[in-house]
Write a protein that binds this ligand. Structure first.
Ligand code: FAD
Length: 405
């Protein structure tokens, strides 16, 4: 039997329908007369990707000044979106960084580093000792713990943001194809890329945007050298809390040094996500042991690792009051770069391909700006924000031969 191939032509094909791809589709769709197609291998929203879930933290409390500035710009974009589309995407509920105050950067920064940046930038915060922490929140901090509370931080309604970008992009004419996995990508000329999907369709585009998150190297390895990325399976979930304490849980991030003897990375986070019917907090571990880290999604395990589940449970019950039963656990991918900064650039050697990856567990809060910047790359406009720290050619992102798939 001969298979029939359907051909589609577009100015731009975006591959990947997580938050980065959808935000790019949204910003590109504001340019008139541009034929845009977005291909997603699964569904939108996609329970398997890094963007899945109802809420994400946003904050200006970073040890890295660049990220703090990126957040400032992104917040302006989030607020524009709220106004333009008459929806609430942010909830400003503050964020507590607390724990040990050793001066070494983790994947989320550090307490002293964040304090330095906030002081320099004039971002308001409160500094608290262990006694003050315990008086203010239902927690049991160790006596040497300290805390910083940044009241202007909060959470992004992430599932809602996905829906706003998806529906507005479609309303502006973007053609979104789900269940379309890209299985080959061929740059036939300097201005034409041929994309084939598993279901037998062929798409021809002048420009391609790769927003394939943790799958980026699986795709790149089909036609070029993959990047130096690692995939970390991260445990997160929801716990019920005492009804009487439900309003008292803050959005928090706990920093403790890694303890190799117990295989505990020491980094945990949580935030309230109540609905009128339930008193839930969302919690997670912001670390995974090296033996679980992978280079390809083909070996990604979806079942939460029992030891990590136990660590999370033990941490919560030892450190917070009012923790009741766990009502759901997930294992979702972080795509890590060595310096925990993203990659947002043209793919080196491929002027037709723009790329975002390496969200490193922290990209959601920047999504509108990332989408806008990717759109500017595609349209060959001067980027409205300094992209040099996110270069795809920076040393820690270029694979050495032994690190390739
Ligand atoms: C548990 C967890 C908690 C997090 N918490 C925060 C937080 O509090 N604050 C914050 O700012 N960030 C947070 N992040 C990070 C943030 O969510 C991610 O950086 C961001 O969602 C990455 O989005 P993405 O679009 O790059 O990737 P993804 O959401 O993974 O999207 C990539 C998409 O590409 C599709 N795809 C892949 N290959 C193909 C192919 N060949 N063909 C077609 N489609 C393909 C995939 O199916 C997928 O849907 C968290 C991440 C996780 C996992």
């Amino acid at each position: 039997m001969t298979e029939t191939t359907t051909y589609f032509n577009a100015d731009v094909v975006i591959i990947g329908g997580g938050i980065a791809g959808l935000a790019t589709a949204y910003y590109l769709s504001q340019k008139q007369n541009l034929q845009i197609i977005l291909l997603e291998k699964d569904s939108i929203p996609n329970p398997n990707n890094s963007s899945y879930g109802d809420e994400r933290m946003y904050r200006r409390m970073y040890s890295n000044e660049y990220l703090s500035e990126l957040q400032e710009e992104s917040l302006k974009e989030w607020k524009n979106l709220e106004t333009q589309h008459d929806c609430q995407l942010l909830r400003q509920n503050g964020l507590l960084f607390y724990g040990e105050a050793w001066d070494e950067e983790t994947i989320e920064g550090s307490i002293p580093g964040a304090r330095r940046v906030m002081e320099k930038k004039g971002i308001p915060f409160e500094a608290l000792n262990a006694e003050q922490l315990q008086q203010r929140w239902p927690m049991r901090p160790k006596s040497d713990f300290i805390g910083l509370f940044e009241s202007t931080s909060g959470m992004v309604w992430s599932a809602r943001a996905i829906e706003v970008f998806r529906s507005q992009a479609e309303a502006n004419g973007v053609s979104i194809h789900t269940g379309q996995e890209t299985v080959s990508l061929n740059c036939t000329s300097s201005s034409t890329v041929e994309i084939k999907t598993r279901s037998g369709n062929t798409f021809l585009a002048n420009q391609v945007v790769l927003t394939t998150g943790a799958w980026t190297n699986d795709l790149l390895s089909l036609f070029t050298t993959p990047l130096n990325l690692e995939i970390w399976p991260m445990v997160w979930g929801h716990y019920r809390v005492e009804e009487t304490l439900r309003e008292q849980f803050p959005q928090w991030f706990c920093f403790q040094q890694e303890k190799p003897d117990t295989n505990d990375g020491g980094l945990y986070y949580g935030f309230p996500c109540h609905t009128p019917e339930t008193s839930l907090i969302k919690v997670g571990i912001d670390w995974c042991p090296p033996e679980l880290r992978t280079k390809t999604m083909s070996t990604f395990v979806r079942e939460p690792h029992p030891e990590l589940v136990q660590l999370l449970d033990r941490f919560l019950r030892h450190n917070w009051d009012g923790i009741k039963e766990c009502v759901g656990l997930y294992f979702s991918p972080y795509t890590m770069t060595k310096d925990t900064l993203f990659v947002l650039d043209k793919l080196p050697g491929y002027p037709q391909i723009s790329l975002f990856t390496g969200g490193s567990g922290q990209a959601f809060k920047f999504a509108p700006l990332l989408g806008k910047l990717l759109a500017e790359l595609v349209l060959d406009r001067t980027p409205s924000f300094d992209l040099s720290p996110l270069s795809a050619s920076r040393e820690c992102v270029i694979s050495s031969p032994d690190e390739q798939l």
